[in-house]
Design a protein around this ligand. Structure first.
Ligand SMILES: C[S@@+](CC[C@H](N)C(=O)[O-])C[C@H]1O[C@@H](n2cnc3c(N)ncnc32)[C@H](O)[C@@H]1O
Length: 241
């Protein structure tokens, strides 16, 4: 139980643990293949939105260096301050992602890694529906979500001395929310962590073209991971994100 607004707790804790969570010079680690897949799907000069971008390391850093136009949004003032310092060519908004809006079809891709799971459950399907409108037809969503449903607080997260709050649905629920948003799930993977893990989704806004038929552009589909059902191991929630 917490006795105050959970979003405030998340904001204050990420302000406090920003460097504990991610250093300026951290490498891409397990994000490397995801970034490579994203670069294969988004052409040079393409626009990418990172929802819950953190300090911008490693995703915004890599995309920016590879010539993609990055916009990040994050709840934590400290995460945004660092991102602006580290990636001055990108755009970072200090805002609650459940309250922001962007023009329709503004982005070639939207990514959100380990961030939806810190937002109130009731806000998440509506945010996914808005994300779908921000994507151009044929644009991609890459999201790391919960795999097992759980809402709660950990008091000393990652040994930082700070509490953290999560509110996550299970993978099947995220799959249904993404589909309800009008996106087509192209692949789904289980990302193990400790005794549990997260779900990773690639989904795409259909491009029906002028004549109403589904049209997928060739270059973006080059490295699609086969659609699969995660191995669905039960277990304790993962607390990586
Ligand atoms: C686990 S970190 C992940 C950061 C980055 N996506 C990554 O994978 O390295 C979660 C981030 O989501 C941000 N966040 C949590 N709730 C948010 C909200 N409602 N709006 C925007 N950002 C939020 C946090 O401030 C934090 O920087």
């Amino acid at each position: 139980m917490i006795d105050h607004d959970p979003t405030d707790l998340v904001r204050r804790s990420y302000d406090a643990i920003s460097y504990h969570y991610r250093r300026d010079d951290d490498d891409a680690g397990p994000y490397g293949p995801w970034i490579a897949d994203l670069l294969a799907r988004v052409p040079a000069g393409g626009a990418v939105l990172d929802v819950g971008c953190g300090c911008g390391v490693p995703v915004a850093r890599a995309l920016n260096a590879a010539g993609r136009r990055v916009t990040g949004v994050d709840l934590s003032a400290e995460q945004v301050r660092r991102a602006r310092t580290l990636m001055p060519a990108a755009t970072f908004l200090h805002a609650d992602a459940t309250e922001v809006d962007f023009p329709s079809t503004a982005f070639d891709a939207v990514i959100s890694l380990y961030a939806l799971i810190h937002m109130p459950l009731r806000s998440q399907p509506a945010l996914l529906a808005r994300i779908a409108t921000w994507l151009r037809p044929g644009g991609w969503l890459l999201a790391v979500t919960g795999h097992d449903a759980w809402t709660g607080v950990e008091q000393d997260w990652l040994g930082s001395g700070q509490p953290m709050w999560w509110s996550q649905a299970d993978a099947a629920t995220y799959r249904s929310w993404i589909a309800a948003a009008g996106l087509v799930v192209e692949s789904e993977r289980f990302v193990p962590e400790g005794s549990s893990g997260h779900a990773l989704f690639w989904a795409r806004r259909p491009d029906h073209g002028k004549d109403g038929r589904l049209a997928l552009d060739a270059n973006a589909n080059a490295e699609v991971i086969p659609t699969g059902v995660p191995d669905g191991r039960p277990g304790r929630r993962a607390t990586r994100g």
